[in-house]
Design a binder for this molecule. Structure first.
Ligand code: DX5
Ligand code: ZN
Length: 223
């Protein structure tokens, strides 16, 4: 059976205390975060601005959690490889933004990172299947990218099911990740559809004890 991965999103954390907030989801006995999800937004690809490579570099030095960098930026062909070179574990770019995603995946892998391809909720999966053979992660957005705390869109579960089938039948070899609106009410339907890796921002960091909130979500799907 596949191991379920959890990637809490520091978008909902206190940006003045990023190192401590990373620590807060480490948990115990392997029940904490597997990756730390870092949302990079440029106020162009999405209407919000967060942080960039200088902050990611500092965070890499401040935590031993693998960083899962989700780049919601224009021109990822120019910027993404820098995150891999800095030491990010996984670098995900948006299919809608990349000019040459296959070349980008190759560059990310050459720099030592896993390569991820993200799609917005309305972006169909099938046109990307050939491209996805070059990637290690598929990030299915279950909200419009740009903000934490939005409501989960169950329509994307068809995309998750399709990706799961393609992976299980050997047509693709990647981690199926979901991002947006994952909480105690939505995680079970996402797990049933075949998600490998759950991003959760507000559900984890709005809790008084983020590690405990994460463990609660894990318990719901690792029954
Ligand atoms: C939204 C980001 C998400 C965000 C999820 O564009 O990509 O990673 O942090 O936040 P929640 O879990 O609160 O929907
Ligand atoms: Zn994200």
């Amino acid at each position: 059976s596949r191991r379920t991965l959890f990637a809490p999103s520091i978008l909902s954390a206190d940006f003045a205390r990023l190192a401590e907030e990373a620590d807060a989801v480490r948990g115990v006995d392997g029940r904490g975060a597997d990756w730390l999800h870092v949302d990079v937004m440029d106020a162009h690809f999405v209407p919000n601005l967060t942080l960039g490579l200088p902050v990611v570099s500092s965070l890499l030095a401040a935590t031993d959690l693998p960083l899962d960098c989700h780049l919601m930026i224009e021109d990822p062909d120019r910027w993404a490889t820098g995150y891999a070179e800095a030491g990010a574990h996984n670098v995900t770019v948006h299919a809608e933004a990349a000019a040459d995603p296959v070349a980008l995946a190759r560059n990310l892998r050459a720099a030592g990172a896993r390569a991820g391809l993200a799609i917005r909720p309305s972006t169909p999966l099938d046109p990307w299947l050939e491209v996805l053979r070059h990637f290690d992660t598929l990030l299915v957005m279950s909200v419009e990218p740009g903000f934490g705390g939005q409501a989960f869109d169950p329509d994307v579960l068809d995309t998750v099911r399709r990706a799961r089938t393609l992976v299980d039948t050997g047509h693709l070899d990647l981690v199926v990740e979901i991002d947006g609106g994952i909480n105690a009410d939505t995680i079970e339907q996402a797990a049933e559809a075949g998600v490998d890796c759950f991003v959760a921002g507000s559900a984890v960091y709005s809790a008084a004890d983020p590690a405990r909130a994460l463990e609660g979500l894990r318990r719901q799907v690792d029954a």
